[in-house]
Design a protein around this ligand. Structure first.
Ligand SMILES: CC(C)(COP(=O)(O)OP(=O)(O)OC[C@H]1O[C@@H](n2cnc3c(N)ncnc32)[C@H](O)[C@@H]1OP(=O)(O)O)[C@@H](O)C(=O)NCCC(=O)NCCS
Length: 281
């Protein structure tokens, strides 16, 4: 309903200083048959919302877009919505639930632990302006942009990169499957660095458009410092190619210090850690 959408947009206005991504994907979610969106009503108005999106051919339920209006927080609305998503997932025959959240979002972590979700992976995330990084002096090796099929072959062949069987991008995750990576190919770029047949680093980049302009978001998996630097430089160059001034990078925790010291990201305080949580159903 249109009034429901208005209520959800009103909730979003209070989330992350109005930078919530939900308004940009709301219509898509509503028209997407793999999404199961639930609202919580208080006095005839939607005051809470959550979505269960089925991915990997319905085997995985992705819990996302959980939002409660600040006026009614702390009343158990998110708990009820979360439990509703778990029930729905069980009814739909989902095998595994997944959820990503920030390490310092205490309410969100409490909700996840209440439904038996456990941490399976962790990443550092930084948002930055291209202009903050331009002083670096790094000469990078050449990377190759590859298709979804080639990316799959690299990740499942001889590799020094451990992605734990999934790829994180843009606060979402896909399993390393041929179909999954091929399906995503249209909306992302895959980049690899190889030595002969051995994969040294891999990354995924995605261009986003919002009311605030475009942003280049990328995730790097690297086997060592040099391969990480090459990937970073590659993605800074992609920002120039895509003419975008704003970026966000998701990196394995061991590379966070390189962002701080070699790319001077320490001057930027907008940082967090992303936790990936899972529960087998
Ligand atoms: C996270 C959010 C959805 C929680 O909504 P809520 O309706 O206030 O949450 P609930 O009242 O159901 O509380 C859920 C649990 O978290 C706990 N909790 C709530 N706020 C908390 C806080 N600030 N710190 C620690 N724990 C908290 C509650 O005690 C409860 O645990 P319990 O059931 O074991 O007592 C809400 O704060 C929100 O919309 N935040 C912004 C968007 C967001 O962060 N979404 C989640 C990540 S995508």
């Amino acid at each position: 309903m249109i009034s429901d959408k208005e209520d959800v947009l009103e909730i979003s206005r209070h989330i992350w200083d109005g930078h919530d991504y939900l308004p940009h994907i709301f219509d898509k979610i509503m028209n997407d048959c793999s999404s199961h969106i639930f609202g919580a009503e208080v006095n005839g108005k939607i005051m809470g919302v959550a979505n269960l999106r089925l991915v990997e051919e319905g085997k995985i339920g992705w819990m996302e877009a959980l939002r409660v209006h600040p006026e009614v927080r702390g009343l158990g609305i998110a708990r009820k919505l979360t439990e509703r998503l778990v029930d729905e997932a069980k009814q739909l025959g989902v095998e595994k639930l997944r959820y990503a959240t920030a390490f310092d979002n205490d309410a969100s972590l409490k909700l996840a632990s209440n439904i038996g979700m456990k941490k399976v992976d962790e990443f550092a995330i930084r948002w930055f302006n291209y202009s903050d990084t331009k002083d670096h002096n790094i000469i990078a090796s050449q990377l190759q942009q590859v298709s979804g099929k080639e990316f799959y072959k690299c990740l499942t062949g001889q590799s020094k990169v451990d992605t734990k069987g999934h790829i994180v991008y843009d606060w979402k995750v896909i399993d390393v499957t041929l179909k999954g990576l091929e399906d995503l190919e249209e909306s992302v770029e895959y980049w690899v660095e190889k030595s002969g047949e051995i994969l040294l680093s891999a990354s995924i980049g995605i261009l986003h458009y919002s009311n605030h302009g475009s942003a280049w978001d990328f995730t790097i998996y690297a086997s060592n410092r040099e391969t990480f630097l090459s990937q970073m430089v590659c993605h800074l160059e992609r920002m120039v190619v895509h003419n975008t001034a704003v970026g966000s990078c998701i990196v394995q925790p061991e590379f966070e210090s390189i962002l701080l010291h070699e790319f001077k990201f320490s001057d930027i305080d907008d940082t967090t850690k992303m936790l990936l949580l899972e529960r087998q159903l």
